[in-house]
Design a protein around this ligand. Sequence first.
Ligand code: ZN
Length: 540
Amino acid sequence: MIKKSSIEDLKNKLDIVDVIGSYIELKKAGVNYKARCPFHEEKSASFVVSPSKQIYHCFGCGSGGDAISFVKEYEKLSYPEALEKLARENNVLLDYENSTQAKKEDKTLEQVNKFFLKNLQYQKEAMAYLQERGVFNSSIEKFEIGYSPSSGEQLSFLSSNHITSQDAVEAGVIAQDANKRFYARFIERITFPIYSANNHIVGFGGRTISNHPAKYINSPQTKLFNKSRLLYAYNIAKESIYRKKEIIVTEGYLDVIMLHQAGFDNTVATLGTALTSEHLPLLKKGEPRVILAYDGDNAGKNAALKAAKMLSMSSFDGGVVLFEESKDPADFVKEGKIDYLNALFKHPKKFIEFVIETIALEYDLNIPEQKQGAKNEINSFLKNLSPILQEEYISFASGVLKSKESFFKIKKTYPAKETAKSYDVAEMSMLKTLILNPYLVDYLLDVCDENIFEHHRDIFMDIIQNRAESKKLLELELNEKILPLSEDELKEKIKKLQILNLQKKLNLIKNDQAIDFKKKSFEIRKTQDMIKNLNQGMKP
Ligand code: ZN
């Protein structure tokens, strides 16, 4: 747990405009800054940053908060991770109450990784394999490639370093067999430590060198390790990805290492899984163009097809590179074909073109029925794209299928991602006036109560209770579409609403069958008097 005082120190040092401005481009708009929201897709700028309040808010998707919550959301970090990142960047030393379980797992993995690193140099076979693949010693160091020895050796390492079995299990280093005996998960494998985007070790990948049937294995799912969200070497490639505005996604640890070696230091890899939608937030960071660099075999082609569909539907820019001759990128680097790789990465096949062509290849277009099938499949893919992209690619698709453009239909009703929030503008104006002129709250409470607000009573309650951190209050304050009223206008509005409410009440009483005549006439008279008073500018 990070001490509260530390968090306060950090907060005092941060300026939200600097923090958010380092991720996205902010444009000055009056006293605030505006941008297109990084958390949802939009064409207009509904993302507002207030330097005076040190908060941000998006009127499109509702996200909002302070500098720390922005980093947390944007980088997909936990709150403490966001604090740690900002502290590092701003030279603030954080104090901790006591270490959490996650910290412990982190520590365990760090120790085990060091042990693996030390082991590699004594492993002739493993070293020979790496050399044969063309891995430089500098890469072994950079990627912390190690070696996991026998299970027994690992267990004795753990016990002599006072790492409990429970901690080691939770870190995904060991497991228990049917007889409740502990065994190491990575046995006689070359190890590749896997780090989170934020540079914390979260698990391992391991390649067998003793002909184990499973060539590659990964750490099991733990609190830290979620392989459908992680990308291998993202922590190392991050800077380059931001700088080059490009990320190369491969399928293997060695591809990453060799491509980095050849200068493609913006390369990452999925961890033995396909690219999933859970990877998208990480891929979106820094808005890079995405290049999928996969094997040209059927498995690689299918993986690329699925990924290209997903990425194009999520409006990612980029394309696909398939390696032919059953070679992977690592082979090309080893053979020194760097120019060839450069040319490939420079001109990848655009995602949408790749999808259309790959689908078309699955059919025999000389047979009308097959051509119809291809057309249907391409059509259903195109339908998921924005109308503009649909229009762009219809001529491409009809070219590939050699058929008329009119065979493809544009789906006009593209799902609107921005949903308009319903609010009562009149009430909002009143509430904004109250926020800006707190003394008018007393006036309002003097003449009526919170029930005067039919739709946004909750905001009024937040105002009364002085909830400075209330999201709704901040949203209202920053909403430039809602204009505050003058004092007189507000008073007039209050009066009108009071009268309206009383008239409603009057109707209810008149139509109420349950109260007796005497009480009813009393209530009616009382309410009519109140309305009369209000109309004459008096208290009700
Ligand atoms: Zn938004």
